[in-house]
Ligand binder design. Structure first.
Ligand code: PRP
Length: 206
């Protein structure tokens, strides 16, 4: 599994504000969208293109068109806040939704929604702000593999080292794109220093 950590001063400053417990819900959603947009652009670096020519006001201009745009799979709830950023960058992408809730005792994900389409070898970008134990991401990656995915990229704002190791061991994800590898997980499976619960901070307590 290839791991890309996006290092950029603007993203680092946005992430700092996201971590701040004093950041309110409206601003938190806005910042999450902004960081997600940077990550989605970075992840899209490997998308193939085909040459096209358009007519600029000054005459013919050679350019490119995206081909083989990835299917976007946000993991609800928290990943929903990354979807608009994904669709802004990749407007031709299809979207499948996966609803997962992590059991607070066992930390195992339970599924309450799955609209992953038949993937037929297409690349997939899974969107979830947090990679903690890795249970949710591994479950999602296994579902997209079972649906016939080509390469699988996980895009998350924060990753715990424990989650990265679990993901690597699972062999289910080809590439991880993140804005930060944090210190560790605490005794109840939260990322430290992290930013708290990304679902609750966007939408309220579930
Ligand atoms: C959080 C988070 C990830 C998952 C990460 O979601 O958004 O999906 O936990 O934990 P893991 O790596 O240990 O599986 P949660 O289950 O709290 O649901 P929510 O998005 O509805 O808040």
């Amino acid at each position: 599994m290839h791991v890309d950590v996006l290092e950029h001063p603007v993203v680092a400053a946005q992430l700092t504000e996201l971590r701040d417990a004093a950041t309110d819900r409206r601003r938190f959603r806005q910042l999450l969208h902004q960081v997600a947009r940077a990550l989605v652009f970075d992840a899209a670096r490997t998308i193939p293109t085909t040459p096209v020519t358009v007519e600029s006001p000054m005459g013919p201009a050679n350019g490119v068109e995206l081909v083989d745009q990835p299917v976007l799979i946000p993991i609800l709830r928290a990943g929903l806040g990354m979807l608009d950023a994904g669709l802004e960058a990749l407007p031709g992408s299809e979207t499948g939704f996966l609803g997962l809730r992590r059991d607070e005792e066992t930390l195992q994900p339970t599924v309450y929604m799955n609209t992953i389409p038949a993937l037929e070898g297409r690349p997939v970008h899974v969107l979830d702000p947090m990679l903690a134990t890795g249970g949710s991401a591994i479950y999602a990656a296994e579902q997209v593999q079972a649906a016939g995915a080509g390469t699988v990229t996980l895009i998350c704002l924060l990753a715990a080292p424990e989650g990265i190791e679990a993901l690597r061991a699972s062999g289910s994800v080809d590439r991880l794109v993140t804005a930060s590898i944090d210190s560790h997980l605490n005794e109840v499976g939260f990322i430290v220093p992290g930013l708290g619960d990304a679902g609750d901070r966007q939408y309220g307590v579930d």
